[in-house]
Design a protein around this ligand. Structure first.
Ligand SMILES: Cc1ncc(COP(=O)(O)O)c(C=O)c1O
Length: 464
């Protein structure tokens, strides 16, 4: 019935989960046709860094459920906090009202955020946070007499979300093209992936490209630059030394706001509350989500500086923007408890102390010829896979399709490791385990990767 395209007259809700999933659950970013002859993985339980499927198989969650589960799965403390909040006050909006948890969380975040990032606007997730930041940047300049400034500079291959506004920042052509025309004003510059840069290239080349782009667009028309501390798409791309300092100078010189998109890079992922602290720069706006609640419930936030907030602080001025669930009491209560856990267990310190050991686990794989580059920071690392290590030659589209989709993603999962295989740039494997992981988990990750990558190389070699 599913393949006929017709809706059955009566939906048999007693069918097994697998069948119901195939018939009714539309997975995000998934080729649904791929599941015609294959099972949809169904995860039923989590504890610490591990997940279990409906067959009882255990997996090491090397991706923190999409860069989210910073404190790990199955924390009763967070379940209790959510239940208590549901009993006390399940919901009011933060439109014209406030409630204790949203107030407390806003103050806590403002305290942790660097500099004058004191104004916290809650959302339900990352795309909404980015959408809010883009709208705030435009509105800020309109409110301060520079209404021409509306354009956005982002980086190639960067992912900033999928709503139409955020998509103007996202720099992945395959995610943009099906939905064009997008919100106007988005433009893109090279990212900081230096793996194939000529040896004599100025390390601040990518930063200068931002200045060139602002000049090209016309400084009077550019509102904001949006960058992740470590760029996710393309495979955990760190900045060059001094990159963000130069970007800050450029933004100041052209009166352009700097948005640090930390949907992944905050809440300990890089060993700091916020990724910008790791690279010592001061944004005008931070966007965050995912690890804010360790994804026990959905929540995001836009954190704005006093300067950006100021035009909306007096008289009849208003930021005419909001979401029903922004600052949901249950999410706010869980976020407060999640931050308390990160602090109590010193997970930032743990990441800083063990990031070298985690990285070494991947460095030890370098003898496998398919392993090209290893990059990233904190608990956010990627391996770029190559066809020829000496020339750094990448795989063509057919080879990458076989390698990532036909072999690696299934085989890594079968071997008990959840991680990300991605080819939004060149093929990479990404690892971002929960921040509670230590030596035993790194060893487990290393053992699975060694086995599967060795096999991938052997099979690739045979394919010729
Ligand atoms: C840097 C960045 N920005 C924005 C988003 C969008 O967040 P969400 O999927 O919660 O809408 C993501 C999601 O992965 C992200 O990594």
């Amino acid at each position: 019935m599913a393949s006929s395209g017709l809706k059955p007259a009566v939906i048999d809700e007693s069918a097994g989960l697998q069948e119901l999933a195939k018939q009714h659950l539309w997975l995000h970013f998934s080729r649904m046709g791929a599941y015609e002859d294959a099972e949809i993985p169904i995860i039923v339980r989590g504890e610490g860094p591990y997940l279990w499927d409906d067959h009882g198989n255990r997996y090491l969650d090397g991706l923190s459920a999409l860069f989210c589960s910073n404190v790990g799965h199955g924390r009763e403390e967070l379940a209790d906090v959510a239940a208590a909040q549901l009993r006390e006050l399940e919901f009011v909006t933060t439109w014209n009202y406030a409630h204790p948890r949203a107030i407390e969380l806003a103050a806590r975040i403002a305290n942790l955020a660097p500099g004058e990032l004191n104004r916290v606007f809650f959302t339900s997730g990352g795309s909404e946070a980015v959408e809010s930041a883009i709208k705030l940047a435009r509105n800020y300049f309109r409110a301060t007499g520079k209404g021409q400034k509306h354009k956005l500079v982002a980086r190639e291959i960067a992912y900033h979300g999928t709503t139409l506004g955020a998509l103007a920042a996202t720099g992945v052509p395959a995610l943009r093209q099906p939905f064009e025309p997008l919100a106007p004003g988005g433009s893109h510059v090279p990212n900081t992936r230096s793996y194939r840069w000529p040896a004599d290239r100025d390390p601040l080349w990518a930063a200068e490209k931002i200045a060139e782009r602002i000049e090209f667009e016309g400084p009077d028309t550019v509102a904001a630059v949006i960058l992740e501390p470590v760029q996710n798409a393309g495979g955990c791309i760190p900045p060059q030394q001094g990159y963000f300092q130069r970007v800050r100078e450029i933004c100041d010189a052209y009166d352009v706001l700097l948005i640090s998109d930390e949907v992944i890079c905050s809440w300990g992922r890089l060993g700091h509350w916020f990724g910008c602290e790791r690279y010592d720069y001061q944004p005008d706006i931070i966007t965050t989500a995912k690890g804010l609640t360790s994804a026990y419930v959905p929540m995001g936030a836009m954190i704005a500086s006093e300067r950006v907030y100021e035009p909306f602080s007096e008289g009849s001025a208003m930021f005419a923007h909001g979401f029903t669930f922004g600052g949901h009491p249950v999410a706010a209560a869980v976020a407060l408890a999640n931050i308390e856990i990160i602090e109590r267990e010193d997970l930032n310190g743990h990441v800083l102390r063990t990031q070298g050991e985690f990285r070494q686990t991947l460095e030890d794989l370098r003898e496998i010829p398919i392993v090209g580059d290893i990059r990233g920071a904190g608990f956010f690392l990627a391996i770029e896979l190559v066809k020829d290590r000496d020339s750094k030659q990448s795989f063509d589209d057919d080879e990458a399709e076989w390698l990532l989709r036909d072999f690696l993603s299934g085989e890594l999962y079968r071997q008990g490791l959840i991680c990300r295989t991605d080819d939004r740039g060149d093929p990479v494997i990404q690892l971002a385990p929960p921040l509670i992981c230590g030596s035993e988990h790194f060893e487990e990750i290393g053992a699975v990767l060694e086995k599967v990558l060795t096999e991938a190389w052997a099979r690739m070699d045979k394919r010729g």
